[in-house]
Each structure stands twice: as C-alpha cells, then as structure tokens.
Design a protein around this ligand. Structure first.
Ligand code: IPE
Ligand code: IPE
Ligand code: MG
Length: 237
C-alpha cells in the first residue's frame, strides 16, 4: 500500500505523535450477528492488526491499544478463557511483521495475571522488538489506570520521595512514552473506563459509533482529520 493511499488527503504535519484506541464493541458486533461474544473478539483482533499497521505506516510514533482491562478479568469465565486463547494464538503472529520492520513493542498492565505460556510469548515479543526504532506499539493487558497510579504512588513512598509531575510520570507504565495526543473510542461510549487516567489529562478524545470490528482505514482517516482540526490549548489562551 503506497503511503499516498494511506493518507487519503490527510495533512501529515498534523498527525498525533501518540494515538491510543479504546477498542470497544466486540460483544455487540457479535450479538448483532447472533454470534457468541468470542466471535466478536476474534474479529476485533483482525481489526487491531490492520489498524496498528496502518498507524505505523502513516508514521505515527506511538500506537497504544486497550486490549484487556483490570475489570475485564471479572467477566464470565468462558469469555475470559476465549480472550486468553486469542492472546495466546495471536500476540506474536500479529506483531512479527511489524517487529521485522523495526517496531518496538511494550506492554502495560499487571502481566502476572497471565498464564506462564502467555507470559513467555509476551517476553519473546519484548525481546525480539527491544531494539526497534521505527515506532512503539504499546498494548494494555490487564491494565487499569487506577492500579497504575496506585502502584506508582506506592513506589514513590517506598523510595521515600516527594516527586514532581515529570518524576511521577517516570513511575508509570508509560515512563518512556509521550502522553496520548488522541484517544479514540469506538462503539459510542463516552467514557475512559480506567484507561490512561493520568496520561489523558490533555488528550483529545474522539468517540465513534462504529463497533470496533468494523473500524477500518477510512474511519481511521476520519478520526485523524477530526484530530487535525482540534485546537489544543492546554489550559492557556
Ligand atoms: C471490547 O469489546 C473488548 C474487550 C473489552 C476485551 P467488548 O467485549 O467490551 O464489547 P461490548 O462493549 O460488550 O460490545
Ligand atoms: C474498555 O471497555 C476496556 C477495553 C476496551 C479493553 P469495556 O467494555 O470494558 O468498558 P465499559 O464496561 O463499557 O466501561
Ligand atoms: Mg465494552
């Protein structure tokens, strides 16, 4: 795909440095088709692979995706099991081409929740991508913004430190990443659902009604053009 097609008229100078996706609506996508929720998650993985790849090829520096929250693990066991199986089957495969192109992958969240074989796949991804310079793909797994902040506060206390906001940010999972410029949420819900609570202070938010499995390149260009029109003031005039 030539980058000309990818941008579809977008102003390259107005792209976000960091885009983050709250990939919501997999369950509703499946229900609408009389399919089990796990079929929606499977379709969601396909969309995630394409959207991450498009963002990287557009030259966006950091792409974050909210794949599994600290609350999602309290869903019915068969749904959680299906999500674990999807991670197991896809995590390396969906990233290997991007890793070969020089993308670095990071994970944010409490990974101790995951079974040993999944953690091994995550480690493999981290190891093989650690020298990547082209872009960062940051995947939130068993991630919760409140947990992240609490963990950071407790570390500061342990270190006996009073910190500045810059120093505090170093204690978060996103220590080496810029804050998200744009947070995109699909499926029409206007909430953060515990995503990047500290980092989102001045993020632009775009909510689209599209259910995540239906989110595609055209819609990506639409949300990026919406972002390009925003006037970011950071509390100033
Ligand atoms: C998002 O889709 C994927 C995860 C939270 C893992 P949902 O599963 O939340 O889908 P809806 O919101 O029920 O439609
Ligand atoms: C947010 O969606 C979590 C992910 C997309 C992984 P949820 O579906 O879990 O959030 P709520 O329940 O609508 O707030
Ligand atoms: Mg949901």
């Amino acid at each position: 795909m030539k980058s000309k097609d990818l941008y579809n008229g977008l102003d390259k100078t107005k792209l976000p440095r960091h885009i983050a996706f709250i990939m919501d609506g997999n369950g509703r996508w499946a229900s609408k088709r009389m399919l089990p929720r796990k079929a929606g998650h499977k379709a969601g993985v396909k969309t995630m692979r394409k959207v991450i790849s498009d963002c990287v090829h557009m030259g966006i520096e950091v792409v974050s995706v909210y794949a599994f929250s600290t609350e999602n693990k309290f869903r019915p066991k068969d749904e959680v099991d299906a999500l674990m199986q999807l991670i197991r089957d896809n995590i390396y495969d969906m990233l290997k081409e991007l890793i070969a192109e020089g993308v670095k992958v990071t994970f944010m969240g409490d990974l101790s929740f995951f079974a040993a074989d999944i953690r091994e796949s995550l480690d493999k991804v981290l190891r093989e991508s650690s020298d990547g310079k082209k872009a960062v793909v940051n995947i939130a797994l068993n991630y919760g913004g409140r947990d992240e902040i609490l963990q950071a506060v407790n570390k500061c206390v342990q270190d006996g430190k009073t910190v500045t906001s810059e120093e505090f940010a170093r204690y978060l999972y996103t220590a080496d990443l810029p804050d998200p410029d744009l947070i995109v949420r699909t499926s029409g819900e206007c909430r953060l659902s515990n995503f990047m609570l500290y980092q989102a202070a001045y993020s632009e938010i775009v909510v689209t009604k599209t259910l995540w499995p239906d989110f595609d390149r055209n819609e990506l260009v639409d949300v990026l053009s919406e972002y390009a029109k925003r006037n970011r003031r950071y509390g100033k005039v």
